[in-house]
Ligand binder design. Structure first.
Ligand code: HEC
Length: 151
């Protein structure tokens, strides 16, 4: 019994040490929200509203950094998602072109965006089927007129 307790204590101690060491890694702390530059010409306020809810945490400069973004290893995934998300599509820096922007509607319609792992911790970003279709249509109208015409 005592032996088991000792083994467990040592084990817990090592977990704690390991966890503490993870906190020393400098990556994952750059929680910036740079000054927004320009937004796309949204087809309607409703499209923007839905995009803010479902996309802005990773594709804008209005990221709401959650508390666990301060704790490694979660901080690493959050930082990676925001950095990568912003680099492919940043609705707050619409002074430049994004090659993948025309696919925003399709990625929304097919359920690829927002990523499912994000929805686990952000139930407020979940879209009903109706909202999803609405946002996809709005994104198409805003970012991909050619695609809209083809439908
Ligand atoms: C949790 C963060 C996160 C959220 C929320 C999110 N995205 Fe993304 N998105 C990413 C990341 C990371 C990438 C780049 C890697 C990839 O393609 O999966 C990306 C890539 C993309 C791309 C380009 C890739 C492609 O397949 O064409 C589009 C377009 C996109 N997202 C649109 C959206 C839209 C629209 C929403 C909201 C409905 C959204 N995203 C919500 C993180 C996010």
């Amino acid at each position: 019994m005592r032996r088991t307790f000792q083994t467990l204590s040592v084990f817990a101690l090592w977990i704690l040490v390991g966890f503490t060491v993870l906190q020393l890694v400098p990556y994952g702390r750059a929680h910036s929200n740079p000054q927004p530059i320009a937004e796309p010409a949204w087809d309607s306020p409703r499209t923007r509203e839905l995009a803010v809810r479902a996309c802005y945490d990773c594709h804008s400069n209005h990221t709401q950094w959650p508390w666990y973004a301060h704790v490694a290893p979660m901080s690493w995934t959050v930082q990676f998602d925001v950095d990568t998300g912003r680099s492919v599509l940043n609705f707050s820096e619409w002074d430049r072109a994004y090659i993948r922007a025309p696919y925003a509607g399709r990625r929304t319609a097919d359920g690829n965006m927002p990523p499912s792992k994000y929805l686990l911790t952000h139930p407020e970003a979940r879209l009903t089927d109706e909202e999803r279709a609405e946002l996809a249509r709005g994104l198409d109208a805003t970012l991909n007129p050619a695609n809209l015409a083809a439908r």
